[in-house]
Write a protein that binds this ligand. Structure first.
Ligand code: NDP
Length: 248
């Protein structure tokens, strides 16, 4: 798949799934905008990005999504506009797990942090960057779901609530944008994947029993394909999408 001249913003691209997507998408020619809170980790990822396509360039945006407000969201818009003509996609990937505890024991400050990073920031970034996405020929927004977005389970607290919220946010944006723009909105549950977050959530699990982030790449690529423009569905789980992608 040729992604040259496509510019893609990946939040939480300093580690885990986001980091792998950044590296793999760059190999296909994308201009990558790395967004994360830790500039030294972002620098390390930047150094691993492929830059062999003509006029390919990448950008680092250091931002703590817990603190994102209108002003900093507009600074992000300005920084992107200065470097790129359009934005072809946002992968809303950054998230934190928060505390694994009962709601009764959940610290309010932790609750707010999880909701700010996992739900409020994707809302604010999407509404702020809509104008530059509209300049793309095949614009995409990909939200990230989870198995605890559909069923409330004890101890998953704010993380689960944030992913229920993402479900609503993705559906509302999809519904609002499909009539007025060509922006296609998806919500994707990557399923159990070998990352730092998964290890914190399930410390007793053998990570080797899980798929690696690299195994997700073909699913994420499908979202950027012409074929996905025809999709009537907006929500996908890894098990289903990976089958669909391998059968086509
Ligand atoms: P990781 O913890 O490995 O990576 C999360 C990324 O988000 C890191 O780059 C992290 O930065 C970044 N991030 C966290 N907080 C902030 C912040 N305040 N501002 C900016 N960036 C921030 O998680 P995964 O790769 O596992 O998860 C990626 C997505 O996939 C998440 O949305 C998660 O909910 C979802 N998911 C993951 C599953 C799994 O099994 N792994 C299963 C289902 C869904 P830093 O490097 O500084 O920590």
């Amino acid at each position: 798949m040729d992604l040259s001249n496509r510019t893609i913003l990946i939040t939480g691209s300093s580690d885990g799934i986001g980091k792998v997507l950044a590296i793999e998408f760059s190999k296909l020619g994308s201009n990558i905008i790395l967004l994360g809170r830790d500039s030294s980790k972002l620098d390390q990822v930047y150094d691993q990005l492929d830059c062999s396509f003509k006029s390919q360039k990448h950008l680092i945006l250091q931002a703590d999504l817990a603190l994102l407000d209108n002003e900093s969201a507009h600074e992000i818009l300005r920084a992107i506009t200065e470097e790129f003509i359009s934005l072809d996609g946002i992968i809303h990937n950054a998230a934190i797990l928060g505390s694994m505890t009962t709601l009764e024991d959940y610290e309010l400050s932790r609750w707010d942090e999880v909701l700010n990073i996992n739900l409020r920031a994707p809302f604010l970034l999407t509404k702020t960057l809509k104008t530059i996405l509209e300049r793309s020929k095949l614009p995409r927004i990909i939200f990230t779901s989870s198995g605890v977005a559909n069923i409330g389970r004890a101890f998953w607290g704010a993380y689960s609530v944030s992913k229920f919220g993402i479900k609503g946010l993705a559906e509302i944006f999809a519904n609002e944008l499909e009539t007025t723009t060509s922006i296609k909105v998806f919500n994707f549950d990557p399923g159990a994947t070998q990352t730092k977050m998964r290890a914190s959530a399930r410390p007793a699990e053998n990570p080797q029993s899980l798929k690696t982030p690299n195994e997700l790449v073909s699913c994420y690529l499908w979202f950027f394909s012409k074929e996905s423009s025809e999709s009537k569905e907006n929500y996908f789980e890894y098990a289903d999408l990976s089958k669909k992608v391998t059968s086509t």
